[in-house]
Design a protein around this ligand. Structure first.
Ligand code: PBG
Ligand code: ZN
Length: 321
């Protein structure tokens, strides 16, 4: 006798019955880039199909979310004025703060997450405050990240997601939020975030390329999987509600390892470079577009229950049909 696996693959019905992993719209989070100014609705060269929206144009993407039934987004801000301490990030009338309010006004049921970081707001493009020698000062940065998170909380955000990779960032945010009465506001930590070339298209989109050096003194070295578990554990101990692995496709081993080792909600970020690669392969006719769904299923199968993806609307539309 031998194993006849094909018995359970005979027709679409039994194949669908046997599916262990299914994508659901409610698991997908859409990144949105919001910029200062008026009447801006500009396609992003490095991220085709995604746009810079000024506040007055946010209704366009909210309409699309409503049509596709994608209920959650993560916001990234693009500002004109940048300085050494990223002061626009914690301006209570800053671009992300305005966007939070605007989206809630357009549809109060959209779940709005704000990425908390400094690289889009500092004139040097690093994710924190620099010492004189150009090294990112961890504990000084924590003070600023706290201000940013509090400012987003005051604007009415549903969740904050610090992507800076400073040590102690979850605890710092938890403390400031609790002290100010936001005990119910969840924190999603970018726990295992690797220093990755896959962020290239995002940095063009968010105008956040560092003006010197790289992010390797704070983001993780991609040679390391065990270290990722320590980073995750630190975020959990500091009070993270959701942990994250980023990027996703090249780090499925890390996603799997984290999901089996920790009983915690896990998010994976299918980043800009993953999106750009897949879009370009499909556009060139090298692969069928079903490769997109396959990539997301792989991320979910590895153990991520939430996925931040630039494909959120496309996949939702597909699932709707
Ligand atoms: C900011 C941030 C980055 C991404 C999310 N938040 C860029 C970076 O760390 O350089 C990358 C997202 C993507 O590539 O889609 N710290
Ligand atoms: Zn950053």
């Amino acid at each position: 006798m031998f194993y006849r696996g094909r018995r359970l693959r005979k027709n679409p019905t039994i194949r669908s019955m046997m599916q262990e992993t299914k994508l659901h719209k409610s698991n997908l989070i859409l990144p949105i880039f919001v910029c200062e100014g008026e009447n801006i609705y500009q396609e992003i060269d490095s991220l085709k199909g995604h746009y810079h929206y000024s506040i007055d144009n946010l209704y366009r993407i909210v309409d699309r979310m409503n049509e596709s039934d994608i209920r959650s987004c993560i916001l990234f801000g693009i500002v004109n004025h940048k300085d050494a301490c990223g002061s626009e990030a914690f301006n209570d009338n800053g671009i992300v703060q305005q966007a939070i309010k605007k989206i809630k006004e357009l549809n109060k049921d959209i779940y709005v997450i704000a990425d908390v970081c400094m690289c889009e707001y500092t004139d040097h493009g690093h994710c924190g405050i620099l010492d004189n020698d150009g090294y990112v000062n961890n504990d000084e940065t924590l003070k600023y990240l706290s201000k940013i998170a509090l400012s987003y909380a005051k604007a009415g955000v549903d969740m904050v997601a610090p992507s800076d990779m400073m040590d102690g960032h979850i605890l710092a945010l938890r403390n400031i939020l609790d002290e100010n009465g936001y005990t119910d506001l969840p924190i999603m930590g970018y726990s295992a975030k690797f220093a990755s070339a896959y962020y290239g298209p995002f940095r063009e989109a968010a105008h956040s390329t560092p003006s010197f050096g790289d992010r390797k003194s704070y983001q993780m070295d991609y040679h390391n999987g065990q270290e990722a578990l320590r980073e995750v554990e630190a975020d959990i101990n500091e009070g993270a509600d959701i942990i994250m692995v980023k990027p996703a496709m090249a780090y499925l081993d890390v996603i799997k390892e984290v999901s089996t080792n920790y009983n915690m909600p896990l998010c994976a970020y299918q980043v800009s470079g993953e999106y750009a690669m897949l879009v370009s392969a499909v556009e060139q006719g090298l692969m069928n577009e079903s490769v997109i769904e396959e990539s997301l299923i792989a991320i979910k199968r590895a153990g991520a229950q939430l996925i931040i993806t630039y494909f959120a609307l496309d996949i939702a539309n597909k699932l709707n049909n």
